[in-house]
Design a protein around this ligand. Structure first.
Ligand code: ADP
Ligand code: MP5
Length: 290
């Protein structure tokens, strides 16, 4: 099992480091806001949420979703930041162009993003792992134009890289091309995740800041239970950034965290089970399986 050095935790009774996720709800509990909150809690952070959409989802796929109105999404961000304060923010499913525009305005207003004080991890979620759309097609341009330039780091998977840049990543060289193209869209750092690089026995994630490449890799884990892997990686990155880690340190930490979660992933329902951060909870004696 992968060794994960953990983040410092607050003493009982003292306020933990806070972090905000702007994302959709997954009724199956494996991805989206639920994955983010599992990661935040098990790393000892206090997670706040701005819900963008409620999906009807289980291990087999997403059968529908209801968007939250853009003004309510923006108001959640403002409400949390003005009172509770957050050390970092991550976004996931944003559903539509009007929600993206409202998120961009709200983040800029409260100092979230590369020119503000609060680091912003932008996971440009376009579809679920089952291929069900989670972002309107016409919203891609809004994402590129308004949120990419605000991001401290963007974390697309290879399908999202293709949609955003038109580049098909098949090897190390095209992964570098994609990182350059993503960086040109304005984020401080671009991370091209290699989880979908099925031709490799590795899962190489490539980080680029316009000058230097950093690679984070691990041997590919043979599991069909990888639901929520991207959300978990982005949530752990935001958690480490909230603790003041640099971007390369935060990604290195998050890569180990998601790898450990993939090693401990469990079956759920008839489809894909989730990445599992619950390995952190050690209850003895072990409960019998149900
Ligand atoms: N089978 C696997 N073995 C090891 N790491 C994986 C595997 N699948 C995904 N990962 C890692 O999980 C994280 C999420 O990656 P990816 O699956 O590409 O994103 P998404 O969940 O957004 O589709 C990345 O760090 C990736 O390298
Ligand atoms: C609400 C929500 N957010 C994000 C994902 C992506 O996760 P995955 O790629 O594992 O399906 C999802 N399925 N649902």
């Amino acid at each position: 099992m992968t060794d994960v050095p953990l983040l410092p935790t607050a003493a009982p009774g003292s306020t933990p480091v806070r972090v905000l996720t702007i994302a959709g709800s997954d009724s199956g509990g494996g991805a989206g806001i639920q994955a983010d909150l599992r990661t935040f809690a098990l790393l000892g952070l206090h997670g706040c949420v701005a819900v963008t959409a409620v999906t009807v989802q289980n291990s087999l796929g997403v059968s529908g979703f209801q968007e939250i109105t853009p003004d309510v999404v923006a108001a959640q961000i403002d409400s949390v930041v003005s009172d509770i304060g957050v050390g970092a923010t991550k976004s996931g499913m944003l559903a539509s162009a009007p929600i993206i525009a409202a998120v961009a305005d709200a983040c800029a207003d409260v100092g979230i993003g590369r020119d503000g004080a609060t680091p912003f991890v932008l996971d440009p979620v376009c579809a679920s792992m089952h291929g069900d759309p989670l972002l309107a097609g016409e919203a891609l341009e809004e994402l590129r134009a308004t949120l990419f330039p605000l991001a401290t780091i963007v974390t697309p998977n290879l399908d999202e890289v293709r949609l955003i840049t038109g580049i098909e990543v098949v090897d190390e060289s095209t992964q570098r091309d994609a990182a350059r193209a993503l960086h040109d869209l304005g984020p401080q750092w671009a991370l091209v995740k290699g989880g979908h690089l099925r031709s490799s026995d590795q899962s190489p994630d490539l980080l680029f800041d316009g000058a230097e490449f950093h690679e984070f890799t691990h041997a590919r884990i043979d599991t069909g239970h990888d639901h929520g892997a991207g959300d978990t990686l982005a949530a752990a990155t935001a958690s480490a950034l909230a603790h003041g880690r640099s971007v390369p340190e935060a990604v290195a930490f998050a890569k180990r965290w998601v790898t450990r979660g993939l090693e401990a992933a469990y079956p759920l329902g008839a489809g894909h089970g989730p990445v599992n951060p619950l390995w952190r909870v050690r209850i003895t004696p072990e409960a019998p399986a149900r």
